[in-house]
Design a protein around this ligand. Sequence first.
Ligand SMILES: *[C@@H]1O[C@H](CO)[C@@H](O)[C@H](O)[C@H]1NC(C)=O
Ligand SMILES: *[C@@H]1O[C@H](CO)[C@@H](O)[C@H](O)[C@H]1NC(C)=O
Ligand SMILES: *[C@@H]1O[C@H](CO)[C@@H](O)[C@H](O)[C@H]1NC(C)=O
Length: 408
Amino acid sequence: MATNAFPSVSSSYSMIFVVVLAFILTFVRSLTLESEVEVLRALKRSVDPNTIPPASYLSTWDFSGDPCESTGAKFLGILCSVPEGNSSSRIISIDLDAAGYDGFLTPLIGNLTELTAIDISKNRFRGPLPENIFDLKKLTRISLSGNFLTGSIPHRVYQLKELETLDLSNNLLSGPIPSGISALRRMKHLTLAHNGFIGKIPNLNGLWQLQTLELHSNMFVGNLPTLPTRLTTLTLCHNLLSGRITSLGTLKQLRSIDVSDNRFTGPISRGIFALPLLAQMNVSFNQLTAMEVNNNHEVGSPLQVFDAQGNRLQGHLPVNLVTFERLLEINLAHNQLTGRIPREYGVRLGNPWRTLFLDHNFLSGPLPSQFSHLKIRGSLASNCLRCTTTIPFCRGGQRPGSACLGEM
Ligand SMILES: *[C@@H]1O[C@H](CO)[C@@H](O)[C@H](O)[C@H]1NC(C)=O
Ligand SMILES: *[C@@H]1O[C@H](CO)[C@@H](O)[C@H](O)[C@H]1NC(C)=O
Ligand SMILES: *[C@@H]1O[C@H](CO)[C@@H](O)[C@H](O)[C@H]1NC(C)=O
């Protein structure tokens, strides 16, 4: 019986505890710091009220109550916390919904000194990026993507030592990436795509935890910078980058590379084809001249998509492409490839190759027999092949004999 006495004593203690706790919670409330309420008011005021739809987060910001103390569906998009030794609640996170808010982002946001995250992506915020966001040293996540923000990344971005995600993509931002960005050692995801950024990409190997780097559709020039070795996703397409891509072969964690539509030269080097985790490689629309496909079997290579169209690739088609067992899509169109189509390619059609574009080269000779009856997406047009147009692959015809001198 004695063993039963304990639970009942301790449960009556916990009853008392719950009652006391409820009492404390009822009477000790942490109202939001008044100056931070002011910032929220200013934030809502700087959005055109006609663009605040009824069910949106901002429509629930009703200042007749306290932002951090409101319960239920009030002040959606805000998180608060009470710093130790302080009785006022502070705003630690603002995550707005993509409701189409049209307005300016108030510079007063720089007064929310406890802020750790801000996400206002996919709205219609206009005007300059409020620079004093970059004074908020506790920020771990900034996502302002998909707005109409102008201006540039201030040099003092180096202050945001806690930052893990910076997404400024799809805005109207300009200027260079300040080299101070390489001080942000916690950064994991850096996304500046679809803006008007210019200049060289600074060396980023200081961002040793970086996994995602998306800088596509800007006006970056110069060589590839030194990149951190943990990178898994690299997207640099639609810029004006030049020099070689060979150094990518050292980034063993890469799963996806898109450096298409730049001015890269030199070979697609062995190291790149040997990357152990690479599933997608898009090096199309550059000035690359050679493919160094390895001679050893790439058994286990996860490469699925290989797009190298629109380069200046010379030489014969690499037979060893057939050793990449997962390869599904190949595009080598619009190059200067010569010689025959390897017999081994025929076996791979539909097994597992799903797409094969070899058009606009200088390939010659007969086709492996499978090409005449298998239907997968692809083309052999504009080569110097013996290719009758009744075969779907051959639609579009071949080059005139005069363009094929020495190829037949
Ligand atoms: C914001 O911070 C500035 C500079 O610290 C200060 O002068 C201003 O009064 C603050 N505004 C509000 C609404 O707290
Ligand atoms: C709480 O923090 C605010 C802002 O930093 C400060 O003005 C206030 O004096 C602090 N209150 C206490 C009790 O420490
Ligand atoms: C590769 O990039 C080019 C240009 O950016 C694009 O048109 C093409 O669709 C991409 N290829 C694949 C397989 O996604």
